[in-house]
Design a binder for this molecule. Structure first.
Ligand code: ASP
Length: 349
């Protein structure tokens, strides 16, 4: 009996030591379908952001063998309701976790609709080499074959993998790993919802193993010049969509509202019609920074191609989608109004 007791004490001690040595991961939960609940097992009629983070962690008990996990609820929303305020909260908390060495890695659970925007925003404002990995799901937690638990487990594996350090913010989804700058939601409903049209995924998670096949050569996070505090007031930048025979009312309305920047989701290589051209001239004359992006899902927008940007006073998004170009312009405008410098940010980060 005595022997058994000392064996059990030793075992408990060994387990404790092992738990102590495991990497520490903080999960910042924001809501989304991964925390969604509905009355039926098909996914019709569910509500995003209903299930608290501790229940999501409870759905993957085996994670205790690989990491010490703590969850924090930052918000409980569908990501269509994501706000700049929540972005700031996330950024401030991530930078605090890194500064206080509270964890070795951070995972953010997030709805898929605007996940790529949050990922890129965080990539630009968390100047550390601590891994930050976003994930979500396409099926709510109450659905048959919900993809949330697997995606969350994989995101934790990606976050704690030593190879992930220094890769900037990543999205881990459906066994793919994507760079924050490149990733895009490509399907409205499929479980394979994300892709990076210009570059492909940077890695894969399979059988519990993380492998990387490529990495971004854009500047490292530690060189990012953008700083965010809880009090940072971000400039207003809006997006205007271009389509055949589009009238200029939206652009003129935004200029009248005195916005700081406009991103045009142009056609093809960031083109727009003559009506937009005249409205853009008026916007530039009024001091608004206008950035040409494209509604086309891949490729880049090239300076001085069909449009003479120098003469028109516009800048281009490079290969950023309009929604990411907006983020870059908002952050760029916190540092400068100089168009050359702003353009340089687009080509560098
Ligand atoms: N509307 C949901 C959201 O973005 C969709 C999802 O999470 O898949 O929060």
């Amino acid at each position: 009996m005595k022997k058994l007791l000392s064996f059990l004490t030793l075992l408990a001690f060994a387990i404790q030591i092992q738990a102590k040595d495991l990497p520490r991961v903080i999960i910042l939960a924001t809501g989304g379908t991964i925390a969604g609940a509905g009355a039926s097992a098909d996914r019709a009629g569910y509500t995003a952001g209903k299930i608290p983070i501790d229940d999501l962690i409870g759905a993957i008990p085996s994670v205790k063998k690989v990491a010490n996990i703590t969850g924090e609820q930052i918000s409980s929303i569908g990501s269509q309701d994501m706000t700049i305020d929540i972005w700031q909260k996330l950024a401030v908390r991530i930078n605090q976790i890194y500064a206080n060495k509270e964890a070795d890695a951070v995972v953010v659970t997030h709805g898929t609709d605007t996940q790529e925007e949050t990922a890129y925003f965080l990539d630009l404002v968390t100047p550390s080499d601590m891994p930050v990995v976003l994930t979500g799901s396409m099926r709510p937690a109450t659905a048959i074959s919900a993809d949330g638990p697997k995606n969350l487990y994989d995101a934790i594996l990606v976050a704690i993998d030593p190879k992930t350090k220094g890769k900037g913010v990543l999205v881990s989804f459906n066994e793919g790993v994507y760079d924050a700058r490149e990733v895009m939601k490509l399907s409205t409903t499929k479980v394979e919802a994300f892709g990076s049209p210009n570059s492909g995924p940077v890695g894969q998670v399979y059988d519990g193993k993380v492998e990387y096949y490529m990495s971004s050569i854009r500047e490292e996070n530690s060189k990012m010049p953008f700083k965010i505090t809880a009090d940072t007031k971000l400039p207003r930048v809006d997006i205007v969509y271009m389509y055949a025979d589009a009238p200029s009312d939206m652009i003129d309305m935004l200029v009248a509202k005195k916005v700081d920047g406009i991103v045009i989701a142009g056609v093809g290589n960031g083109n727009f019609n003559k009506t937009y051209m005249d409205a853009v001239k008026r916007a530039v004359a009024a001091g608004v920074i206008v950035c040409r992006a494209s509604r086309t899902p891949s490729g880049r927008v090239v300076l001085e191609d069909e449009i003479n940007d120098d003469e028109l006073g516009t800048i281009v998004s490079d290969d950023l989608t309009p929604q990411k170009a907006r983020i870059m312009l908002m952050l760029g405008l916190t540092r400068t109004k100089d168009k050359k410098q702003l353009q340089n940010y687009f080509f560098t980060f």
